[in-house]
Design a protein around this ligand. Sequence first.
Ligand SMILES: *[C@@H]1O[C@H](CO)[C@@H](O)[C@H](O)[C@H]1NC(C)=O
Ligand SMILES: *[C@@H]1O[C@H](CO)[C@@H](O)[C@H](O)[C@H]1NC(C)=O
Ligand SMILES: *[C@@H]1O[C@H](CO)[C@@H](O)[C@H](O)[C@H]1NC(C)=O
Ligand SMILES: *[C@@H]1O[C@H](CO)[C@@H](O)[C@H](O)[C@H]1NC(C)=O
Length: 791
Amino acid sequence: MLIETQKKKGKWKIQSKEKTPFGGFDFGFGFKYKVLMLVQLLMILCEQGCSSESGYDGVVITQADYQGLQAFKNELIDPKGYLRSWNDSGIGACSGGWVGIKCAKGQVIVIQLPWKILGGRITQKIVQFQALRKLSLHDNLITGSIPYTLGLLPNLRGVQLFNNRLSGSIPASLGQCPLLQTLDLSHNFLTGKIPPSLANSTKLYWVNLSYNSLQGPIPSELTRSSSLNVLSLQYNNLSGPLPSNLGKLSSIITLDLSHNFIKSSFPKSISRLSSLNTLNLESNYLVGDLPEDIGNLHNLSMLNLRRNRIEGRIPQSIGNLSTLNQLDLSFNDFSGEIPNSLSNLENLGFLNVSYNSLSGSVPTELSEKFNSSSFIGNLRLCGFSPSSPCPSEAPSPSIGISAEAKKARKLSIKDIILIAAGILLVIMLTLCCILLFCLIRKRSVSGQEKEGGVAAAGRASQAEKGGPSGGPEVETGETGGKLVHFDGPMVFTADDLLCATAEIMGKSTYGTVYKATLEDGSQVAVKRLREKITKGQKEFEAEVNMIGKIRHPNLLALRAYYLGPKGEKLLVFDYIPKGSLANFLHVREPDTRVHWPTRMRMIQGMARGLFHLHNNENIIHGNLTSSNVLIDDSISAQISDYGLSRLMTASAAANVIATAGALGYRAPELSKLKKANTKTDVYSLGVIILELLTGKSPGEALNGVDLPQWVASIVKEEWTNEVFDLELMKDASTIGDELLNTLKLGLHCVDPSPASRPEVQQVLQQLEEIRPTDTATTSGDDGGGDPSASD
Ligand SMILES: *[C@@H]1O[C@H](CO)[C@@H](O)[C@H](O)[C@H]1NC(C)=O
Ligand SMILES: *[C@@H]1O[C@H](CO)[C@@H](O)[C@H](O)[C@H]1NC(C)=O
Ligand SMILES: *[C@@H]1O[C@H](CO)[C@@H](O)[C@H](O)[C@H]1NC(C)=O
Ligand SMILES: *[C@@H]1O[C@H](CO)[C@@H](O)[C@H](O)[C@H]1NC(C)=O
């Protein structure tokens, strides 16, 4: 049920409507209904915070937009009377009374009328809607041309006109829309060339012009669109050659140019498109060889080159495309043998190399997995069916061995290079970073003692304070430095620590973090706190001793601290090789995916850690970001940096809060309020949840709004499926509910009003409802690791 506020006869009136005024929209992926509920929820939430932004803000429609809508309706043919609600008064236009219309501040921002059997034309007067963001009229019977005035709409983001009967050419003016993201004009009768000016819309990420009659070459300007994810141009009359700089489409995931008349050699630069998932060039006139470096396309799952004139050998490197699922090379001129490497492709579910000039025997793994229809039409190919036995079934052993030897030699050369590179790296790192701690040490030692005695002295005085099992172990060196161990497996002296090889891992307002490798090879993370901003020694020790007692599977344990004679302060933590959640999510190998169960596990881990801090330790984190959450070996989240603000002077802590603001994790009220609280932590948690759902870093520029605002704005425009990380959408059919419910929860956490945000305990409960954890995960120390972490 939708609660709607409407201004009528000068009085505000609350109405309940049973029926939504915008039924039947397409969000794809089948969660139409749920998205509707979500949109309604958001609108209810919005009533306090951002009422003027909601689609039903009660502001009367502006004259220009009202006239525009009338002209729009007049030029359409509406046999079923769907637009009856667009009646003369105009009062309802911006309050939900007019079907398919949404407004903000009295201006139309969305026109959405798919599947309405609408005929007629789209009026040029569409230019009246200066605030229009989305025009969705797909699956109708609209004729005529696309009005060039569409290009004069500065806020236009989405144009969905597919499955109509539009003719004429694509207006070049569309390139003037600075915010245009999605352009789907597929399945129409469009002719002419693809306007090169489209490349001027720098936000374009989805272009589908397939199933038209477009001609001419693909404009090379289009390769400037570095934001483009999807380019679908199949089933047109495009001719060649292909732009030679296709390799510049650095974000492209789907490239479909099939069923055209493209005459070109196979574009070598395609090998640079490391995000490419689908490459379909079927039925064109491509010639020449496939480049060997096609094996660099680590994310490729579909490669279709069927019906071209490609010749030469099938590159060995195709065997490196570990995610490849479909490979169709049929009807080309490939010669030579099918490379053995194709047997490495564990995910290959479809193979067709039929009708080429391949020879030799089919690798056994392939002939076992695929039947003869994958291999027919290659006169000299054998061994793929009982009726095609190879002439000498037992190959001569010498050939077998030499092939093996060759392979071995190749591998070892590669290995040698890798090893050499590794050694070089280690040498460089060592040169750069060695003795960083020794520098501190020299300073401490200077004018006091010769080096030899320090370690021994340190060890002798070890455990002079503190109980043997219960409390922390304290070591006081003669230099005046003091090392305090909390429980934990680490045994090292102050000297070991200070002379460890160290490598900088990161810097923050608090100080610098090093990865330190101790003499015995073990590794620890050492945080060297900036000296001027920490509290005085006494207070510092009281606080740090408390933090050192905290133990929870989702909280990074503080193992020891060191106080130098000149006020240096080092904190020693477990070293977590996998690094931060931010890196895990945003800086990963191109061929790995972070699946939903893994992401959910992170969210639940963080919530449990935060709950422990808030409820059992009475600690506010104050600086929760995805860089402060680490991923341990069992792919669980470990929150770090908690309690550190207690070690700092008040002004330093405020500084950290300001930094968090710059990174996009800070609750809005903290710009006035200087002190973090449980609700500001929940806000930060919410931002990380959105980060995991969208795959976007909150620091990334998103049209000038922060991540929560961006998500809310997209959800509000019913593009919810576009919010989610594309990787997650692949499994949308099974996890759609969980994604939506988690999105709701995330948005709840980042509610602008602190009072409306849940406490972390409620967050935990809701997460448990969304995806119940098995007991192994709840205990937190499940060793197994998540098999779904990567492909
Ligand atoms: C306009 O249409 C709305 C919705 O169909 C209806 O409630 C209203 O009475 C109509 N107004 C006029 C003046 O016809
Ligand atoms: C582009 O549009 C066509 C026709 O509407 C559709 O079949 C195809 O799936 C679309 N491409 C993408 C990548 O969605
Ligand atoms: C071979 O496999 C394909 C798809 O896997 C199947 O459609 C076809 O019927 C099979 N043909 C024969 C001859 O077994
Ligand atoms: C491969 O392509 C040929 C030619 O079109 C076809 O006859 C055969 O069935 C295809 N095989 C598979 C497995 O699709």
